[in-house]
Ligand binder design. Sequence first.
Ligand code: 7TS
Length: 417
Amino acid sequence: MEIKSEINYSYLEYQGAPVRHEFPALHQDVFGKPLIYLDNAATTQKPWKVIHATNKYYVEMNSNIHRGVHYLSQKATDAYEISRNTIAEFINARQSKEVIFTKGTTEGINLVADCFGRYAVNEGDSVVITSLEHHSNIVPWQMLCEKRNATLKVIPIDENGEIILDEFEKLLDETVKIVAVSYVSNTLGTINPVKEIIELAHKNGSAVLIDAAQAVHHIPIDVQSLDCDFLVFSGHKMYGPTGIGVLYGKEEWLNKIPPYQGGGDMIKTVTFVKTEYNDLPFKFEAGTPHIEGAITLKAAVDFIREIGINEIARFEAGLLKYATEQVLQLPEVQIIGTAKAKASSLSLNIRGAHPYDVGVLLDKMGIAVRTGHHCTQPIMDFFCIPGTVRASFAVYNTMEEIDKFLESLRRAIKMLV
Ligand code: 7TS
């Protein structure tokens, strides 16, 4: 997807006011300086709309769902299912029963690795991932391969942090049961060619899981047009609450694979001899779920849709382009990850300085960035670096904040180099 990046405004608007007005946590000082929050790839701040929705749940409808005949339980159940419908619409799922609530991306991937793994991965089979993955899209597959005596194959990247598609094609053979790939790299910001990857994998008869943790709030997602088999994301990175996330799965797969956990809600009938599992989506939602998280996630999706995901993508591309151009003016700084298509994250290092030291200095200047390996140690090994300083942008960041980030980076260079 091409994102136009010419941009001449600093504030995206929400309901006629700068979008920043909607985020109370942004309006505070840290160490006597106004907070500049550039750690959005780790988690985003929450708009009033989401905060109010959480309060509303506890004030007006707190009760357990799917089991009570009473008024509050019905109200909470309706809100929970309406949220599922909204999310299905947001990602253009065919049906809302293809949307499963999880704890987050990590749980979604573990669920698929476990359930799909038990169904389809046997001795001698293989799983393909990329060199760009977050640990949560590496370790569950390693655990599966260990259990099943299968092999984990890894698509390499080049110096720009782009997947080498030719190498992917070479890895494809009849042993590959599933390909698991991130849409956007949390460390390098690379937007991966997921459409091509899905097409190639399907031609080979392999299923595909897309880790959309860093994509769903930056890039329009249409699971039908992507034709992915599974797609996962987290609420807390998309202006929603923590502890809630989504697994999208094609109905056909969700019906075929066994359930993840046993317990209440995921059953139709239980005897000591045999249990009949519930229909979708409940088959994969054992126990009392994160009810207010799921309900409140709708408010986050509504917030994104009210601005428009295309508008957000265009705005953030402008921020990233501006920040990249400014950083390129600093000879002491090296950008890690120079893919042609990038979203939101800018990783860099000051030559001769440890990223941790840079992060600590920036923090004292009021700037929140993330330093370290960002749960992607293989990327650090590839670039032979201990870590990076990562600035990641969201709807509420401004050009002025980027200017202040750059000014602080210059001060850090003076102190450290
Ligand atoms: N996949 C990607 C691409 C991610 O960026 C993250 C979290 C996860 C999976 C795991 O998500 P969770 O919500 O289940 O924890 N990424 C980051 C990050 O970049 N900094 O902190 C968390």
